[in-house]
Design a protein around this ligand. Structure first.
Ligand SMILES: [Zn+2]
Ligand SMILES: [Zn+2]
Length: 375
């Protein structure tokens, strides 16, 4: 996990007082010279990105898309091993019969489940769900727990060096709340992701394609920013709508009880919002031809920054259009402004970017703030 932290530090230019010590990459520099640090940064960022993909419970979906793009079956041969080993004893015969051969009249849950899966093209659905929910649960706690330990525990005495809001921390009850709600949501979204991976893994309808040149390379390249902009636009407009007084008080306020968020807050919200965000994310898979890697890349990118943006740790972005972590932290601090996530484009377009000459608060709605009293 030390590698993951180093990645976060190397690939995101942290504030001056958080410069990485040379000794961190000492042995790599010894063997690879200056390339050692780059190598470490690339490997550890890749690790962190893969772990971060779990934050919206998308491990299963990402896995199946990658597997299918290499023309491999999913979920690997585990399913065959299970089908061979699970048997039912026949009283009239010494030969055990594979469970897949049992008929519906047995009145047993498992055969009914198998029949259901067969009818709806959802073979091994439970296996997908178990994988999606279990792996997402594990990754969520590993990544968030690590960030928590590294910053909130180890550097708790010097928050001014790393924290977006150095004078503000979550109360213990809010911390417990975000971990419990976040865990339930990650299990829920991991199960949805598992169901999606089962649907696509079994070759059911979707518009995702796996051969790079299937729609031509021009289409492939254009689809990268197109998917990104679609997800950002849908997230922005939904988010802005969720900040209308009625919807805010009814649904979105749950996410805003964390005034100085941590990585755990990223998925600590109403389950209704979890479903909506998943629907927005998944729409391209069923509406327009999208290459598996284009979709997966966008998903990983969004989830990775979703985690960093909620971490409460001051991190500058190394991608030109990606705002730093202060941007979303300020959304939690000032409530009704900075509605975007991975670019400030839509906030600029609608004049909802936070301004220093405006006053904001939980009861000042509509994204524009109000002129400060001095004016
Ligand atoms: Zn919000
Ligand atoms: Zn948030």
């Amino acid at each position: 996990m030390g590698i993951a932290l180093t990645a976060a530090r190397l690939m995101t230019k942290t504030k001056k007082n958080m410069a990485i010590p040379e000794s961190k990459a000492g042995w790599l520099s010894y063997y690879f010279g200056d390339y050692g640090r780059h190598l470490l940064a690339i490997i550890s960022t890749a690790l962190l990105v893969v772990m971060a993909c779990s934050l919206h419970g998308n491990v299963a979906l990402v896995s199946v898309l990658i597997y299918k793009s290499f023309n491999l079956p999913w979920p690997m041969p585990i399913q065959d091993l299970l089908n061979i080993n699970i048997t039912q004893d026949e009283p009239s015969s010494n030969v055990s019969k594979p469970i897949t051969d049992m008929n519906d009249d047995d009145g047993q849950i498992l055969p009914d489940y198998l029949q259901f899966c067969k009818e709806y093209g959802m073979k091994d659905w439970l296996l997908h769900v178990a994988y999606g929910a279990g792996s997402s649960f594990l990754m969520y706690h590993v990544v968030c727990g690590y960030l928590q330990w590294q910053y909130y525990y180890k550097q708790c005495n010097e928050p001014h060096k790393w924290k977006c809001q150095p004078n503000k921390f979550l109360t213990p009850s809010n911390e417990r709340h975000e971990i419990i709600v976040g865990t339930l949501n990650i299990l829920f979204s991991g199960s949805i992701s598992g169901t999606m991976s089962c649907w696509i893994g079994n070759g059911n309808y979707s518009t995702v394609y796996f051969r790079l040149d299937e729609y031509g390379y021009t289409y492939l390249i254009i689809s990268i920013p197109a998917v990104f902009l679609y997800i950002e636009a849908s997230a922005y407009y939904y988010h802005r709508m969720a900040h209308l007084p009625f919807l805010y008080k009814l649904i979105h306020k749950h996410h805003h009880r964390y005034h100085s968020p941590t990585a755990y807050s990223a998925v600590a919200m109403s389950p209704i919002e979890i479903i909506l965000f998943m629907v927005f994310f998944l729409v391209p898979l069923f509406t327009v031809p999208v290459h598996a890697w284009v979709f997966t890349g966008n998903l990983l990118y969004i989830n990775y920054f979703g985690m960093l943006d909620h971490s409460g740790v001051k991190l500058d972005s190394w991608i030109p259009w990606q705002p730093n972590s202060m941007y979303h932290d300020n959304h939690h601090r000032y409530f009704h402004c900075n509605f975007g996530f991975n670019t400030t484009l839509f906030d600029r377009l609608h004049d909802t970017l936070r301004r220093t000459d405006r006053e904001y608060g939980e009861d000042i709605f509509y994204g524009k703030g109000k002129p400060t009293k001095k004016q």
